[in-house]
Design a protein around this ligand. Structure first.
Ligand code: IMP
Length: 178
C-alpha cells in the first residue's frame, strides 16, 4: 500500500522538539524533572523530547485508552498502566502526542493533581483546537493543526503507521481500508 504523504516533515518536527526541550529546560532550571509519557502515541515524541531537555530527568509512563478500535474518542478514559513510582512533591512534565476532544488529558491532569506533585506542566506535540470539548491547559505546544486524522511519529490508526518518521494525514479512504 502507498505510504501517506508527509504533512509535518522529520526536519520540521526535530526543529520544534529541540525548541520545546530547550524552553522546558530553561523553565525548570536547577530542578529535577519527572517526565511522564502517555502511551502509546507519545513514545516517539517523548524519546526525542527528553534528549533535548538538559536537566536531571526521570521517566515514567501512563497507559490510557478511550478510542478502542475507533478513530473518535468515546470520552470514557481509563488508565490501563499506572506510574511505577509516586510523583508526590516532584516537578512533573506530562507529555502527550495529540489533543483532540481533550477528554484524555482533562482526566489525566485531574488524576495527577490528586497525587500532589510540586508542579505539573503539560507538553503536547499537536493540538486540534476545533475539536476541544474539555479545557486543557497546555504549557508547551508543538504545532496547531486543522481537524484531520494524522498518523506517524508514534501516532497510529488501528495500531499502524507508528513507525513513520514523519507525521502524515490519513485520508478517510485509507482509514476504511484498515
Ligand atoms: P482526546 O481524548 O480526544 O483528546 O484524544 C487524545 C488521544 O486520541 C490521543 O492520545 C491519541 O492517541 C488519539 N488521537 C486523537 N487524534 C488523533 C489523530 O489524529 N491520530 C491518531 N491518534 C489520535
Amino acid at each position: 500500500m502507498k505510504k501517506p504523504t508527509p504533512f509535518l516533515t522529520e526536519r520540521q518536527i526535530a526543529k520544534r522538539v529541540k525548541e520545546l526541550g530547550e524552553t522546558i529546560a530553561r523553565d525548570h532550571k536547577g530542578k529535577g524533572l519527572a517526565c511522564i509519557g502517555v502511551l502509546k502515541g507519545s513514545f516517539v515524541f517523548f524519546a526525542d523530547l527528553i534528549r533535548n531537555i538538559d536537566l536531571p530527568v526521570t521517566v515514567d509512563f501512563l497507559g490510557t485508552t478511550s478510542y478502542g478500535q475507533q478513530t473518535r474518542s468515546s470520552g470514557d478514559v481509563k488508565i490501563t498502566l499506572d506510574l511505577s513510582v509516586p510523583i508526590t512533591g516532584k516537578h512533573v512534565l506530562l507529555v502527550e502526542d495529540i489533543v483532540d476532544t481533550g477528554h484524555t488529558l482533562h482526566y489525566l491532569l485531574e488524576n495527577l493533581r490528586l497525587r500532589k506533585p510540586a508542579s505539573l506542566r503539560l507538553c503536547v506535540l499537536l493540538l486540534k483546537p476545533g475539536k476541544l470539548l474539555k479545557p486543557v491547559p497546555i504549557d508547551y505546544l508543538g504545532f496547531t493543526i486543522d481537524d484531520r486524522f494524522v498518523v506517524g511519529y508514534g501516532l497510529d490508526a488501528r495500531e499502524r503507521y507508528r513507525n513513520l518518521p514523519y507525521i502524515a494525514e490519513l485520508p478517510e479512504s485509507a482509514r476504511e481500508e484498515e
